[in-house]
Write a protein that binds this ligand. Structure first.
Ligand SMILES: Cc1cc2nc3c(=O)[nH]c(=O)nc-3n(C[C@H](O)[C@H](O)[C@H](O)COP(=O)(O)OP(=O)(O)OC[C@H]3O[C@@H](n4cnc5c(N)ncnc54)[C@H](O)[C@@H]3O)c2cc1C
Ligand code: FES
Length: 274
């Protein structure tokens, strides 16, 4: 785990609720596997004291490799970030956490995103395409059409894109999990046809996805966006209950840290609700 000084290259609003920040200063070797994250120190002094966790994506710029972050402004830290101008100096810790486990490319991939959960899953879909996966379905849920991120980018030859919005302004009118359920009811995964599911979003949505995946017998990896104080396994503030399948009976629960053992977990290993 390494702390890297970085500099804001650009920081622009790309949707009503979302900014894109690009940070220069990372080395050529720096990589963030899909699902892993970084902790960003958003002030150069002690306020705010705690770093904030974000999914990050390595991108090419005219100045070389840079880190790309997409963030929603929800509170104090992200409020400060939204006012940052180019040349602001920050510090990145990471990459941290475990990331998604990518099975062989012949599988059918169902990617289910709620709100900002699309950010780490966008990195995953790019990685799937780079590794020759062709059967990819992205189910993306958002409040309205203008809250739906990466729509054009994800409508590629390899991806079937299934949007769902709360107000029906684009795609399915309703929950993205209902859209997923309807899709599976029509296009049933046959035993052993290799469908796999990846999800990120609010915990109620993840619980619904886990239930659907369980019903259809689909392996499902979920990425949790818990609140994190340290991000490095020390404070235990991000602990969630896990199930040990090797020990039958009621005493098979134990705790895992989202920042170290996660943020990606097999949905069947989590004790729901989170
Ligand atoms: C592994 C991981 C990856 C993440 N990736 C992204 C990302 O790519 N883009 C993005 O916009 N956000 C992401 N988040 C969430 C992001 O870290 C929080 O939104 C951010 O820390 C809020 O900071 P704040 O100081 O603005 O909010 P605060 O002032 O600390 O809190 C304001 C409000 O936001 C809520 N909040 C705070 N932290 C979280 C959280 N982790 N999840 C949900 N609600 C929260 C609080 O409950 C409160 O209601 C990620 C979180 C994790 C754990
Ligand atoms: S955030 Fe401190 S242990 Fe995970």
């Amino acid at each position: 785990m390494k702390s890297t000084p970085v500099t804001v290259l650009s920081n622009k609003r790309i949707a009503p609720h979302c900014f894109r920040m690009v940070l220069s200063g990372i080395s050529e070797e720096f990589d963030v596997e899909p699902g892993r994250f970084i902790m960003l120190r958003v002030g150069d002094r002690y306020d705010p004291l705690l770093r904030r966790p974000f999914a990050a994506y390595v991108t090419e710029t005219v100045r070389g490799k840079a880190l790309e972050i997409f963030y929603a402004v929800v509170g104090y830290g992200t409020g400060i970030m939204s006012g940052m101008t180019p040349d602001t100096r920050l510090e990145v810790l990471g990459p941290l956490g475990n990331g998604f486990t990518i099975p062989d490319p012949s599988r059918r991939f169902l990617i289910v995103a709620g709100g900002m959960g699309i950010v780490p899953l966008r990195g995953l879909t790019h990685r799937l395409i780079d590794t020759n996966c062709h059967n990819i379905h992205v189910f993306a849920g958002a409040k309205t059409k203008s809250h739906l991120l990466f729509e054009e980018e994800l409508k590629t030859r390899e991806i079937s894109f299934h949007p769902a919005t709360d107000d029906g302004s684009t795609g399915y009118h309703g929950f993205v999990t209902d859209r997923l359920d309807r899709f599976l009811a029509k296009d049933l995964p046959k035993k052993g046809n290799g469908t796999v599911c990846f999800a990120c979003g609010p915990s109620a949505m993840l619980e619904a996805v886990a239930g659907i995946a369980d019903r259809y017998g689909i392996p499902c990896q979920v990425s949790l966006e818990s609140r994190m104080a340290c991000g490095i396994g020390v404070c235990l503030g991000c602990a969630v209950k896990l199930r040990n399948h090797r020990t039958p009976g009621p005493d098979n629960e134990y705790y895992g840290r989202v920042c170290v053992e996660g943020p990606v977990f097999e949905s069947k290993d989590l004790v729901w609700p989170i």
